[in-house]
Structure formats: structure tokens, C-alpha cells
Design a protein around this ligand. Structure first.
Ligand SMILES: C[S@@+](CC[C@H](N)C(=O)[O-])C[C@H]1O[C@@H](n2cnc3c(N)ncnc32)[C@H](O)[C@@H]1O
Length: 339
């Protein structure tokens, strides 16, 4: 399902704990001018304060001036923090957040997520390494992104590598032929090409991420039928990977060109139509611009699926009856000719 909305306003409508996985790839420059402020925290007595952070300790947030941070960062923090809080609320007990960033923001965001989730909920930092484009000769060329992985509950999160694609061993001669043929499970460093500017995967959306990355995350952190959310959806890479793997998805973006690309890519229909496009049991994709909750959508999808299924059965019955009529006529015709 694709939703056109400002994500913060829209997320507030969704019920707690409804997603098994959330992937987000937020823009760094939000283009918003925010009042100048930064957030710092100070430890307080247990049970007090407005957040629980490192090792379950309580913290109280205070606004402070930290002039050493740039305005851009302050804006970014103010933009991202309430959205990460919503992500935390929306994750199911066995759920996982993948927060896709780059070297400029990742360290600040790590501190923010430690505060919101608790440090014990930090699972991994995935480094997505690629090698493409111009290279600086004044420093080491920066050719990687960082994906922070947080779980809602470190004792209950879902993680299963059975469906995860495997990689070739770097030194296949050092393992048995059988192991070499099977490949190895990826580590937290993922070498993967960027979306090729001339390849089939390309949608034309400028910040499109490779499907291969999303497939891997979704395969490991969700089961078939689970709900996956991306509220900075862009070209809908998360929706495409989720659909491919039989997971249900909600993709939110506020930008009309993103919605246009997603409609085409995810085989969806016009805003507000909420019409099912595929046969029952396959992907169900619709575009909404307003609804009450993920469960309400699910109910609506079920109801519409039932209507479509009834229509499909009617059509099949009409076709069968017609074929039977034709067969009976064909049987009668030669008999009449023989008379
Ligand atoms: C970096 S792009 C995401 C690209 C995506 N991962 C992909 O593979 O195509 C970030 C997206 O966030 C959207 N965005 C930014 N602020 C938003 C907001 N407040 N609400 C909803 N979408 C927003 C932008 O329109 C943009 O499409």
C-alpha cells in the first residue's frame, strides 16, 4: 500500500506495534528552517525523566545551545527525533528498525537511537560498501553508507537467515567444495553495486536504493505475511522487495513524483481508489491518502479481496456454463445432421 502524506502526521494514526520491520532512508537536507535548538540529556533518578536510555537508565531531555554543531545538524536532529520515536512505537515486540544513513549523520543518529530504544537494543551497524563515481584524491574516497539496526526487544526480535542470499567465499580454496558452492552468509559489511543508471532496476528516482539490500533485510527480519513499513519511501524499493518476498507493506512519501514512481513500480492505482489489482493470494497494493489504521486497511483489503474473489468465481462459473452449452450444442448438431 502506498500513502501520500507527511510521515509524522500520518504515523500518528497508525496503531502501536503493528510492523515487524521498518526501513527508513531519510533525506539529510530537509530544507526546513527550524528554530535553533539542540537536545541534550542528563541522567535523573529511575522512573523520572522522559526517556530511558543507556542500560535502562532514566534521562531527562533538555534543550541546550551547542554552538559547535551546525544548524544543518540541529535541524536534522529536530526533524528525525520525533520520527524515530514513532518508529519505536510502531514496531512489534519482535520488530526491527533499519535506519539508512551515511557517514555524516550516523554517529549522531546512533546516540539518538540509543536514547530512544535503549543501548541494549542496538543490534548491528551494517556498512553498505560500493565503488562507483568520482573519487577524491584529497582523502580516502567515501564509498559506503551506514545502516543502524535496532530491535524493539533484544529478547524477542525475529531474525532468521534461512532465506538470506549467500555470498561467494573470498578464499573458496580454504573451504570444502560443498561449502564453496553454497556460499557464505553475509557479515555486517555488504558489498553491493549501486542501482545501475542503465539497468532494469532503475526507476529514475534520484535516491533509489538497490533492491538487493532491502531483500536481504526483509528476508532476515520478517516472515511471510508480516507488515513492513517505509515512511521515507521514495521510489518504493522497500515495497518492491516486500512484495517479492510475500510480505505486506506500507510505503509513505510526501513527494508527488515519488508517488508516481511507486504507483508504476508497485502496480498500484490512483490515490483514494484503494482498488485491488491482483488475484487473491498475491500482492495487494493500493494507494490511499488517508485511512485510520493499518488494521482498518487490512480489513478493507480483506473485504475487497472477498468481493473480487466472488466476482472471479462468478466469471469462472459463467465460462464453465458457456463451455457446457457449446459442448451440448456440438453433440446435438451431428445427430441432427444424421437424421
Ligand atoms: C532518500 S529518499 C528515499 C529513497 C528510497 N529509499 C528509495 O529506494 O527510493 C527520501 C524520501 O523521503 C521523502 N520525504 C522527506 N521528508 C518527508 C516527510 N516529512 N514525509 C514523507 N516523506 C518525506 C522524500 O520525498 C524522499 O522521497
Amino acid at each position: 500500500m502506498v500513502v501520500q502524506a507527511d510521515n509524522l502526521a500520518y504515523l500518528a494514526e497508525l496503531p502501536d506495534a503493528s510492523f515487524t520491520m521498518i526501513y527508513i532512508d531519510p533525506p539529510f537536507n530537509t530544507g526546513k528552517v527550524q528554530t535553533r535548538r539542540t537536545l541534550t540529556t542528563k541522567p535523573v533518578e529511575e522512573g523520572e525523566g522522559d526517556r530511558v536510555g543507556f542500560a535502562g537508565k532514566s534521562y531527562s531531555s533538555v534543550l541546550a545551545q551547542l554552538s559547535s554543531y551546525s544548524d544543518t545538524f540541529e535541524d536534522y536532529w529536530a526533524f528525525l527525533e520525533p520520527r524515530i520515536r514513532e518508529a519505536h512505537r510502531l514496531l512489534a515486540e519482535d520488530g526491527t528498525l533499519y535506519l539508512h544513513l551515511d557517514w555524516r549523520e550516523v554517529h549522531y543518529a546512533k546516540v539518538m537511537c540509543d536514547m530512544i530504544f535503549g543501548r541494549e537494543c542496538f543490534l548491528n551497524e551494517i556498512v553498505w560498501a560500493y565503488d562507483f563515481g568520482a573519487k577524491s584524491t584529497k582523502r580516502w574516497p567515501t564509498k559506503h553508507d551506514n545502516i543502524l539496526v535496532y530491535v524493539k526487544n533484544p529478547d524477542q526480535y525475529y531474525f532468521n537467515t534461512d532465506e538470506v542470499d549467500r555470498e561467494p567465499y573470498m578464499a573458496p580454496g580454504l573451504v570444502t567444495a560443498e561449502k564453496a558452492a553454497r556460499g557464505k552468509l553475509p557479515t555486517d559489511v555488504w558489498w553491493h553495486t549501486i542501482v545501475s543508471p542503465t539497468g532494469k532496476e532503475k526507476t529514475g528516482y534520484p535516491t533509489q536504493k538497490p533492491l538487493g539490500l532491502l531483500r536481504r533485510m526483509i528476508a532476515a527480519s520478517t516472515r511471510e505475511g508480516d507488515w513492513v513499513l517505509d515512511f521515507f519511501a521514495g521510489s518504493g524499493t522497500t515495497g518492491a522487495a516486500a512484495a517479492e518476498l510475500g510480505r505486506r507493506f506500507v510505503c509513505i512519501d510526501q513527494n508527488p513524483p515519488a508517488i508516481k514512481v511507486m504507483k508504476k513500480r508497485l502496480n498500484t492505482v490512483g490515490v483514494r481508489k484503494a482498488k485491488l489489482l491482483t488475484e487473491m493470494g498475491e500482492n495487494v497494493s493500493a494507494v490511499y491518502d488517508k485511512h485510520k489504521s493499518a488494521r482498518a486497511i487490512e480489513k478493507r483489503i480483506e473485504a475487497e479481496t472477498a468481493v473480487l474473489e466472488a466476482r472471479r468465481k462468478e466469471r469462472a462459473e459463467r465460462k464453465r456454463a458457456k463451455q457446457q452449452r457449446l459442448a451440448e450444442q456440438a453433440a446435438v448438431a451431428p445427430a441432427m445432421g444424421a437424421e
